[in-house]
Design a protein around this ligand. Structure first.
Ligand SMILES: Nc1ncnc2c1ncn2[C@@H]1O[C@H](COP(=O)(O)OP(=O)(O)OP(=O)(O)O)[C@@H](O)[C@H]1O
Ligand SMILES: [Mg+2]
Length: 324
């Protein structure tokens, strides 16, 4: 079994030269055609995590290109600060990381985030698929407590708000249901936090993978909604339960809601968080699945136009097929 302290204290030794070589030979539109082929570990909504054969213990995430060196350095700084806030202000155990800026042969500034590679079966969504109700309840209780700790921090009035994506697929769980370790959070590449209401991450970079003609639509219709809900404790909790749909565990949703409501009541935030209902969890999922599926298909269409029709370089590793 993996020892959690081995993970939190783990050294991440990245061969920078090899990573730069990987970047220069990468075909982001068709990663399987790259000079050094990555092995995909998992798809998120935004990007993919992968392993490079020569560094098998490290999971890499490649960020969309930054407009310059300063923007890339600023992103690295924001990721570090975000993790520090989660750990020190909210008591969230965060998987260690390092970040690496590479100027590739096109003169683009690319940032890679590296983390220890986790065993697939320790990641929440696989646990959810393989384990029983008791294990699920233990995981959800732990995660809900951390989400509520973030909520408490955001309510303390000192001007700092922290966003978190509490979905089960963003946490690593070690130990059995009766002695579950504190979960490790690893989805740190969209470091959302606000100081006196102002978003510290420059989200324009993340909008780049959306076809330019449609950025206005996304900005106008969805962006604020998507961002705001990571700061809203109740919405983050709804999202945690709603994603059981995506993971094929509809059978566990009622029980998950009951566990979450139990924790909400016990922790008692002020102002209080109202209990979750099954109806709102289900309708939230329908809306959420629609938004992400729409965004992904827009990005895929853009990739097609770019690579097949215009024969231009396409610079994003898009998620593959996502089962919903
Ligand atoms: N350190 C790791 N070791 C092994 N697998 C990982 C690791 N980090 C991520 N993964 C896999 O990749 C998936 C996506 O990773 P992550 O959640 O960090 O990316 P994301 O694109 O930011 O996702 P999101 O859609 O939640 O924003 C994870 O659910 C997991 O399956
Ligand atoms: Mg994720």
């Amino acid at each position: 079994m993996t020892d959690p302290d081995r993970l939190t204290g783990k050294m991440i030794v990245v061969d920078h030269k090899l990573l730069a070589d990987f970047e220069d030979r990468l075909d982001p539109a068709f990663p399987e055609k790259s000079g050094i082929q990555p092995t995909i570990l998992g798809y998120g909504e935004i990007s993919s995590s992968f392993v490079i054969e020569q560094m098998p213990d490290i999971a890499f995430k490649r960020m969309p290109p930054f407009p310059g060196r300063d923007a890339a350095e600023e992103y690295r700084r924001i990721v570090d600060i975000y993790c520090r806030h989660l750990k020190e202000d909210c008591g969230v155990k965060v998987l260690p990381h390092t970040t690496h800026r590479i100027e590739n042969r096109f003169g683009e500034h690319i940032v890679y985030v590296a983390q220890p590679r986790l065993e697939a079966e320790t990641i929440g969504n696989l646990r959810l698929k393989q384990k029983d109700f008791r294990y699920m309840a233990a995981m959800v209780a732990r995660v809900a407590d951390r989400i509520l700790a973030v909520g408490r921090k955001n309510r303390d009035g000192f001007g700092l708000s922290i966003g978190i994506d509490g979905q089960i697929s963003n946490w690593c769980f070690l130990g059995e249901a009766s002695a579950l370790e504190e979960p490790l959070y690893f989805d740190i590449t969209t470091p959302l936090f606000r100081v006196n209401g102002s978003e510290q991450l420059d989200i324009r970079v993340f909008l780049k993978s959306i076809p330019s003609g449609l950025v206005w639509l996304v900005k106008w219709k969805f962006l604020q909604e998507i961002l705001d809900r990571y700061y809203d404790t109740r919405q983050v909790l709804i999202d945690l339960a709603a994603n059981f749909h995506k993971e094929g565990r509809q059978d566990m949703i009622d029980e998950a809601i009951a566990v979450i409501n139990g924790r909400v009541e016990r922790v008692g935030l002020t102002p209080p968080v109202a209990s979750l209902t099954r109806d709102e969890v289900d309708s939230y999922y329908k809306n959420d699945a629609f938004i992400w599926a729409l965004l992904l298909s827009l990005r895929r269409a853009d990739r097609f136009i770019c690579t097949r029709l215009l024969r231009r370089r396409y610079n994003f590793i898009l998620p593959g097929k996502i089962e919903r």
